[in-house]
Structure formats: C-alpha cells, structure tokens
Design a protein around this ligand. Structure first.
Ligand code: FES
Ligand code: FES
Length: 146
C-alpha cells in the first residue's frame, strides 16, 4: 500500500541520514548493547539531568531496521522525562508485538513507520535494540543518583 511505501521511505531516510549520530562528551552514560541473534550492536549515549533526557546520541553497526530505529528513538526521547521515555518504550513494544496501543499524549512521529516490523518476528529484536539500551541507560543514571 501507499502507507507501507511511505513507511519504508521513512525507515530508509533514517538509515541513510541518521539523526543524533555521534557521541556526547560531557556528563553522559554510555550503553553498549548487542542483538545476540546477529551480533549487531549499538552504542547509546544519554545525558540525563533533572529527570529529563537532555541529549541522546548513538553509533553502531547493524541492519537498516536497527539503525533507523536507533535514530528514531533518539529523536523521540530527547527532551522527555525519564518516566515518559519509559512509557514511550512500552508503547513501542506493544506496537512491535502487533498489539493495540494508546499513544496517549505522545507525538509518535517517525517511530510509527516501524509498525510493520511486527509482521516479521525475527526482526523485532532489531527494532527494539535501541529502546532496550535506552531503558538500561536511564536505569544506570538512577542508580548513580542514589
Ligand atoms: Fe537488515 Fe532488511 S533491514 S535485512
Ligand atoms: Fe542485526 Fe537487525 S539483523 S540488528
């Protein structure tokens, strides 16, 4: 369909022109995470301050879905509170499982372009890799605060 085609274009655009690629030099946590099924990996840098994700950047080697998802994820969570970022991750996981999801007040933006991945179970881990890294990263920050 036209929608599938549009979604494919959005995914390829993020893959070819990744948003927020790179490092954060100051006050950030770094999470390395790999997809054990293929060995692809991403490195995520998050700067969390005052309970908010101030900055998110990534680097990595992986398939188009994993890297496009990392690009979309950084774009989506930047500026969100940690709590909202976790909620958004939950919404994304529902989407990946092909479940109904309530987008609440979030602007899902480009991440909805990945909803078709739910039809390809083997690829779901590609799409969730960056989100798992984000969850681990904000968790790390919480531990450091205590
Ligand atoms: Fe990597 Fe299709 S996105 S094989
Ligand atoms: Fe490795 Fe997609 S095939 S992350």
């Amino acid at each position: 369909s036209n929608l599938d085609q549009l979604y494919r274009q959005v995914i390829m655009d993020h893959y070819k022109n990744p948003r927020n690629k790179g490092e954060i030099t100051d006050g950030s946590v770094t999470i390395n995470m790999n997809n054990p099924t293929c060995g692809d990996r991403i490195q995520l840098h998050l700067k969390v301050e005052d309970g908010k994700i101030q900055q998110a950047k990534f680097d990595g080697e992986g398939c188009s879905i994993s890297l496009a998802s990392a690009s979309m994820m950084t774009q989506a969570v930047k500026g969100l509170s940690v709590e909202d970022a976790m909620k958004l991750a939950t919404i994304f996981y529902s989407m990946m499982l092909g479940k109904e999801y309530d987008e609440e007040n979030f602007d899902l933006g480009d991440i909805e372009a990945l909803q078709g991945v739910s039809k390809f179970p083997a690829r779901i881990k590609c799409a969730t890799l960056a989100w798992k890294a984000m969850e681990q990263g904000v968790g790390k920050k919480d531990e450091a605060d205590e």
